[in-house]
Design a protein around this ligand. Structure first.
Ligand code: SF4
Ligand code: ZN
Length: 360
């Protein structure tokens, strides 16, 4: 299948909104980059809050054949398939070469291996069309001496037997699920994701059956929501996720404008503004009483395409958010203030429609 002419396959047909899928297929077809199947998309070292405390982490974005949902059209904000390889699948050998390169990167930049390893694929690590069973088992062995592993997957592919490749190594294991929002209507109509909150709950139960946990990824402000609607959606979503047994962490992330997406088209037409960093702080501050770790990692903060305030305070608010991620202490937000909070308050009061961003 040529990626210049993405087409839905049997698995995808009848899912999502036809108009959204058609628009996203057209937008994605504008891309013409290709990528080397032996190079990981990205790898970096960081620090993360886990149920056992803060841990040094190795984060890997494997370059697989790309998300099968994205090939059908897929999510309105997601440009990740544009980073995938031409042709749609990567062999076991090439995937293991990518893992080796990530280990080399870690050895170059750190004295010891990180206790926490997170593997994302811009799709589903547990989808065997992206990562074959053989590769999944080999990766489980490769990282068997670590403490915890996180693998990304859509709820459909979460399966206790697959997770045994990691739990069987004695690894604390989590599945990162891109739920985006607990509100089915927003997930279907604004994100164009095809599954329901009930499917997320079922995936959490399946993970629990394998002694694994779940980290829910939420998306603040998909297209077609005003700023106050987006904030309200996140406040209720964090609470609903934290109430699901097995979901011990919620990563609540502001939408950013990625290339080759419907969000980017709207952004160029004046119909989309990435959320305010004040909105991110507001949600984090107001959900500290929930029974889950709640974190956020605003990508491209301070830029037009990422969550931003006025330009003067963006770095300070971002620092407070990163501090909150590690300490879960809402008082970090009392340390930051700026005149633009008044503008944000006016937006929260008066913005009633997605097509009327009141401030840039
Ligand atoms: S957000 Fe996830 S499910 Fe949606 S198209 Fe992107 S990779 Fe696929
Ligand atoms: Zn400001």
């Amino acid at each position: 299948m040529s990626t210049e002419e993405p087409s839905p396959e049997v698995y995808e047909s009848g899912r999502g909104m036809d108009a959204h899928n058609a628009a996203m297929r057209e937008i994605r077809s504008r891309r013409d980059e290709t990528y080397d199947p032996r190079e990981p998309t990205r790898v970096w070292l960081d620090e993360d809050n886990t149920p056992d405390g803060t841990r040094r982490s190795l984060t890997i974005i494997l370059n697989t054949g790309g998300c099968r949902w994205a090939r059908a059209g897929g999510c309105t904000m997601c440009g990740y398939v544009a980073e995938s390889v031409e042709g749609g699948s990567v062999s076991h050998e090439d995937l293991m070469t990518q893992v080796e390169k990530c280990l080399d990167h870690e050895a170059d930049d750190a004295d010891d291996p990180a206790p926490l390893v997170k593997i994302y694929t811009s799709g589903s690590f547990l989808d065997e069309r992206e990562v074959p069973a053989e590769t999944r088992a080999a990766i489980g062995e490769t990282f068997g001496d670590r403490e915890r592993i996180v693998v990304e997957s859509l709820p459909d592919f979460v399966d206790a037997d697959k997770l045994a490749d990691f739990t069987g190594q004695g690894l604390a294991t989590d599945v990162a699920v891109g739920l985006e929002t607990a509100t089915d209507r927003v997930r279907h109509d604004c994100v164009n994701k095809y599954f329901d909150f009930a499917d997320f709950e079922a995936a959490c139960a399946e993970a629990r059956a394998a002694d694994a946990g779940v980290k829910a990824y939420l998306l603040m402000k998909p297209p077609f929501l005003s700023e106050p609607e987006a904030v309200a959606d996140m406040k209720s979503s964090v609470r609903r996720c934290a109430a699901v047994e097995g979901c011990h962490t919620v990563s609540m992330n502001p939408c950013n404008v990625q290339r080759y997406t419907m969000v980017e088209d709207l952004f160029h037409d004046g119909g989309y503004r990435a959320p305010w960093l004040w909105s991110v702080a507001d949600v984090l501050e107001s959900t500290t009483d929930t029974d889950a770790i709640v974190v956020s990692d605003p990508v491209g903060h301070g830029s037009d395409r990422g969550a931003h305030n006025c330009g003067d305070c963006d770095d300070d608010v971002q620092t407070a958010i990163k501090d909150f991620d590690l300490r879960q202490d809402p008082s970090v937000f009392e340390q930051v203030s700026c005149d633009c909070e008044l503008t944000w308050e006016a937006v929260m009061e008066r913005e009633t429609s997605y097509g009327m961003p009141l401030a840039r």
